[in-house]
Write a protein that binds this ligand. Structure first.
Ligand code: HXC
Length: 256
């Protein structure tokens, strides 16, 4: 029970491993998740992360109602900080893929929304049921969902709490693709390997330009893009990329 964190070459996999409770996130799991994200961000060898849930029923159905939500209430009263995660307080420009293997609700969907790409199994469902508990999402859901899908659909999900299925999630652009459950992890790994091929600093700069750029004016976004592109012009990988293109061979990028 808890979080499994596995590194294989350039790819790290984080698994929410509490299938008997549909991978509901406990305070201890949130702490472990935070540690895994810090390590992923800081490990120079790692380029791409995959996040998934154990079992065949759920990615995660969100915060554990019996332990996480009371702890949150206590922490708010005592003004205690929450462990930083990709949902709140921790930023990584390395790409993250959510491999969604079933119910993806509340905090589970907020975790998936904090990833860059989402692959869903055919049995996946997506929802923000917080209003049915008397809450609203607290890990970025009200902010990231309307940035990910059309506003009317985001409002419908957030105001009613009703879930949508994988096909609808695909249709509204919430997930990049839908695959049969047995193929989910191989599809996620293929995508991760694809993300390991281009120059890593360029991939990270592209993510940074996109995510910081959508928060500012177009003019400021273009200035940010220029600044990031300028910083890439002096990298060894840029030289290698150009040389390899001229010599018609695969580039050997070093992340420098
Ligand atoms: C703890 C939960 C749980 C939850 C379900 N379980 N949801 N345990 N926290 N959020 C437990 C059930 O008690 C049950 O345990 C087991 O998981 C299976 O659930 P069932 O309801 O029996 O299964 P099923 O009928 O298949 O329905 C699955 C479900 C339903 C549709 C996912 O469980 C559901 O709607 N759950 C509520 C999910 C939810 O409200 N999530 C949002 C949480 S708030 P036993 O021991 O009886 O088998 C949140 C906020 C995050 O995420 C942000 C905070 C800042």
């Amino acid at each position: 029970m808890g979080i499994d964190y596995v590194k294989e070459g350039k790819i790290a996999t984080i698994i929410l491993n509490r299938p008997e409770a549909l991978n509901a996130i406990t305070p201890e799991m949130l702490r472990q998740l935070s540690e895994a994200f810090v390590d992923f961000r800081d490990d120079e060898q790692l380029m791409v992360g995959i996040i998934t849930g154990a079992g065949e029923k759920a990615f995660s159905i969100g915060a554990d109602i019996e332990t996480m939500l009371p702890e949150m209430k206590k922490a708010r009263v005592q003004k205690l900080p929450e462990p930083p995660t990709i949902m709140c307080g921790l930023t990584t420009w390395k790409p993250l893929i959510a491999a969604i293997n079933g119910a993806c609700l509340g905090g589970g969907l907020e975790l998936a929304l904090a990833c860059d790409l989402r692959i869903a199994s055919e049995n996946a469902t997506f929802g923000m049921p917080e209003v049915t508990l008397g809450l609203i999402p607290g890990w970025g859901g009200t902010q990231r969902l309307p940035r990910a899908i059309p506003l009317a659909k985001a409002e419908e999900m957030l105001l009613t709490g009703r879930p949508i299925n994988a096909q609808e999630a695909y249709r509204v652009g919430l997930v990049n693709r839908v695959v049969p459950l047995p193929q989910l992890m191989s599809a996620a790994r293929q995508l991760a390997e694809l993300l390991c091929k281009p120059a890593p600093l360029a991939v990270r700069a592209a993510k940074q330009a996109i995510l910081q750029g959508i928060e500012v004016t177009l003019e400021d976004g273009i200035a940010l893009e220029r600044q990031l592109n300028d910083s890439l012009l002096t990298t060894e990988d840029f030289e290698e990329g150009c040389r390899a293109a001229i010599e018609k061979r695969r580039p050997a990028f070093k992340g420098k």
